[in-house]
Design a protein around this ligand. Structure first.
Ligand code: AMP
Length: 434
């Protein structure tokens, strides 16, 4: 199947060919015709499946059709552009990413899109809205602020997209979403995307969508097959040393690293920098400017290691990102799938390595249960686990410290840990050269 058969305008096709998209991904093949036909849609598709073009392209096509219709009716339409499509996203990074994609896809179209999110000054956003935009991509809180200031009128919206709806619920946006929806016209087309179909998501869908078509591309909770996953067992106090060693030895030039806490992200970025690896941290406590700069430096290769918390990394789209490291396993198993989904995007291969200490074995078990397979184990000579160290429960993410101080009593404990259940046949050995 090619893009040419989907009924998209030649100017849209030109733009996507320039993005080097040759064949539509499964979500695009299924979602584009559904959206073009005017149906509501509920799609289970993770980031990395091409879902942004899956909704972005048909929105552009429909908007274009509507513009042609209006031109035919009224000759030369003057005045402010009515807002046609509203796309809600849980994080600034995801909103910015969607905005970038929409801009790329609409490069040859007479269409205006704008991204708005909190954490930056509202005034420039208000100025830009004054001229009118066709497509608005927004995080819910900032959108409501703008509505309150009469900077945007939602009464003309014909299409609503809720992207990463599961994450919006997790982040407590449900009331904001309902407030936004109350301001939209009743007659509109609704598209909802979510990585998982939890019962909360189904309940939300029932209140928003009208007879939606259901599309499920990747099996819920399964990890992409283009991602090679490994577990590397290691003692907690030696994680940083092992990470620096792996980055250096394997000459990883671009690696995204996950920690559970903001403190942990900062601390690890500092430590890697001390080890001579250019690193930066992104998380919710960083200013938007600092986050944007860190991400830009990472994309251009000025920074080799980007250390992120789950929420900050949500929606990050780094082209050809080859490596993801879980420095600490997430507390929620589903987050593992989101994390490793930063690599192996579209048709590319990726590698995800989780550094797992004895405390995290229950989380590893939960992840393996969720993805329905045992993750093969890597071993590096010189970094074997100390069998005398006893597991301790992992602290909640809200804790200030994610790991004990160097040399603190928790780092050395006695007794035998539970044996890892990954078969030794799966093991792959890295040999330590120094
Ligand atoms: P998304 O899931 O929308 O975040 O997209 C993931 C990545 O796949 C982005 O880098 C897109 O630019 C890329 N992409 C989307 N559709 C295609 C396609 N049909 N062919 C190749 N790459 C694509």
């Amino acid at each position: 199947m090619s893009f040419d058969s989907l009924g998209l305008d030649t100017e849209i096709l030109k733009a996507i060919h320039e993005q080097n998209y040759t064949t539509p991904t499964p979500i695009q093949q299924q979602a584009i015709p559904v959206i073009l036909s005017g149906n509501d849609l509920m799609a289970s598709a993770q980031t990395g499946t091409g879902k942004t073009a899956g909704f972005g392209l048909p929105i552009l096509q429909k908007l274009l059709d509507q513009q042609v219709q209006n031109n035919n009716k009224s000759g030369n339409p003057k005045g402010k552009r009515p807002l046609y499509a509203l796309i809600l996203a849980p994080t600034r990074e995801l909103a910015a990413q969607i905005g970038e994609n929409i801009r790329d896809y609409s490069r040859y179209l007479p269409i205006r899109s704008l991204v708005v999110f909190g954490g930056v000054s509202i005034n420039p956003q208000m100025m830009k809205l004054r001229g009118g935009v066709d497509i608005l991509i927004a995080t819910p809180g900032r959108l409501l602020d703008l509505v309150q200031q009469n900077a945007v009128d939602l009464a003309t919206v014909k299409m609503l997209v809720l992207d990463e709806a599961d994450r919006m619920l997790d982040m407590g946006f449900i009331h904001d979403i309902r407030r936004v929806i109350a301001k939209l016209p009743k007659k509109r087309q609704n598209l909802m995307f979510s990585a998982t179909f939890s019962s909360e998501i189904k309940a939300l869908a029932e209140t928003i969508l009208h007879s939606p078509k259901l599309i499920e591309v990747a099996k819920t909770n399964s990890a992409s097959e283009q991602i090679t996953q490994y577990v590397h067992r290691v003692d907690k106090r030696r994680k940083r040393e092992l990470l620096s060693y792996l980055i250096g030895k394997n000459q990883w030039q671009q690696v995204l690293i996950f920690t559970r806490t903001k403190y942990g992200a900062n601390h690890l970025a500092d430590q890697l920098t001390k080890d001579g690896i250019k690193a930066a941290a992104i998380h919710g406590n960083k200013s938007q400017g600092a986050r944007t700069k860190a991400l830009a430096d990472f994309k251009t290769g000025q920074i080799r290691a980007l250390v992120a918390t789950d929420i900050a990394a949500r929606g990050l789209d780094i082209e050809l990102l080859p490596y993801v490291v879980n420095y600490e396993l997430p507390q929620v198993a589903e987050d593992y799938v989101h994390r490793i989904g930063r690599t192996g995007r579209a048709q590319n291969q990726g590698q995800a390595i989780s550094l797992v200490c004895v405390d995290e074995l229950p989380q590893l078990k939960a992840i393996e249960k969720l993805i329905k397979k045992a993750i093969p184990e890597l071993i590096t000579q010189g970094f074997e686990v100390d069998p005398r160290i006893k597991p301790e429960p992992v602290k909640k993410s809200s804790a200030r410290r994610s790991s004990p101080k160097r040399g603190s009593s928790t780092a050395h404990r006695s007794l035998q840990p539970k044996q890892n259940n990954v078969k030794s046949a799966n093991r792959q050995h890295y040999t330590r050269s120094k």
